[in-house]
Design a protein. Structure first.
Length: 80
C-alpha cells in the first residue's frame, strides 16, 4: 500500500455529500447542512521559485431548498 499526498479537498466534499444522501435515503427527511473544509494540499507538479509544494485550499457547500445565485453571492461576499 502506498501513501499519496492529497492534491485537492474534493474528497472531503464528496464524502459529505454521500453521507447527506445516505441519511436522506435512510430517513426520508432532508436536513439542510453546511460543510466547509480548509485543508493543506500538495502540488503534484515541478517546483520552482514561484510555487511551493504545499498550500491551503478552502472548499465547501450548502445544501438547502430554494437556494439561488443570490445566496451564493452573499456567502462569497461574507467569506471573502
Amino acid at each position: 500500500k502506498k501513501n499519496l499526498l492529497r492534491t485537492h479537498t474534493t474528497s472531503v466534499s464528496s464524502r459529505m455529500l454521500h453521507k447527506l444522501a445516505g441519511e436522506y435515503k435512510k430517513t426520508g427527511i432532508f436536513t439542510p447542512r453546511k460543510y466547509f473544509s480548509i485543508d493543506r494540499v500538495f502540488r503534484n507538479e515541478t517546483l520552482d521559485h514561484t510555487h511551493l509544494a504545499e498550500f491551503h485550499q478552502v472548499e465547501g457547500f450548502i445544501a438547502d431548498r430554494n437556494l439561488g445565485l443570490g445566496h451564493l453571492i452573499g456567502v462569497l461576499k461574507e467569506f471573502f
